[in-house]
Ligand binder design. Structure first.
Ligand SMILES: Nc1ncnc2c1ncn2[C@@H]1O[C@H](COP(=O)(O)OP(=O)(O)OP(=O)(O)O)[C@@H](O)[C@H]1O
Ligand SMILES: [Mg+2]
Length: 216
């Protein structure tokens, strides 16, 4: 297990807050950011510039995506439209100083190749997971299903980050039934700025403390 190499940030859905959480983790841990599979560039600039700006990062701490596709679809479908098949040989961890924060695309069961989903990529990168979840109604089911999929593949989970209006009942049930920790929480925000990200980064546990907990 590449505990010392960093974390893989995945979520229970697309648009759940993975990019915001990634920016907060990069800021907290002075990490390098990598979004290996970016799609949807026809509609938006992608997550890499967003994280660089929100976390106030130097270009040296940004690894460009291995694949960047136009269509707002899963990587398999978006690549198909551009006659590109993802080569797993390009989805290997880059050598960097300090920890890596790797952001997935959508959730766990998202197709990357005919024979690979995001959860398989996590397995091959050998990184522990930070799971980003919605805070409100529906999250217990989505979060527990995602945790079960990770556990049955032997992928360690550092913890869960709920995003949205505070819901202590849901947090309790996720921690209890999912046998996991709430790492920190992100409230509903009016604006997402570098200052807000910097403030939230103060609530993030130290990476080596999390790594020690999970490797015990
Ligand atoms: N706590 C929050 N309060 C208000 N808006 C939020 C919050 N978290 C995320 N958002 C907004 O929700 C949208 C989706 O968030 P984000 O881009 O982080 O999701 P994602 O999981 O990375 O999506 P993708 O699957 O496209 O990578 C963004 O417009 C973001 O600004
Ligand atoms: Mg994102």
């Amino acid at each position: 297990m590449n505990f010392q190499r960093g974390v893989f940030v995945t979520g229970t859905d697309t648009g759940i807050g993975k990019t915001l959480v990634s920016a907060i983790l990069c800021r907290a841990w002075n990490a390098t950011y990598w979004k290996p599979l970016q799609t949807g560039l026809a509609d938006e600039e992608g997550d890499t510039p967003t994280v660089r700006e929100l976390a106030g990062m130097s270009p040296a701490r940004i690894i460009p995506p291995a694949y960047a596709f136009q269509a707002p679809l899963a990587p398999l479908a978006a690549g198909y439209l551009e006659n590109v098949t993802v080569n797993p040989g390009r989805l290997v961890l880059p050598q960097v100083q300090g920890p890596l924060v790797v952001e997935g695309a959508g959730g766990l069961m998202v197709p990357v190749r005919e024979d690979m989903m995001i959860v398989d990529l996590i397995n091959s990168l050998d990184l522990p997971v930070v799971l980003v979840t919605r805070s409100g109604l529906g999250t217990i089911n989505h979060t527990l299903l995602s945790l079960e999929a990770l556990r049955r593949r032997g992928i360690p989970v550092l913890g869960v980050v709920p995003v949205g209006p505070s819901n202590p009942g849901n947090e309790y049930d996720i921690a209890h039934f999912g046998k996991t920790n709430i790492l920190f929480r992100i409230p509903q925000l009016d604006a997402i700025t570098e200052t807000v990200v910097s403030g939230l980064s103060g609530h993030v546990p130290l990476l080596d403390v999390l790594q020690q907990q999970i490797s015990q």
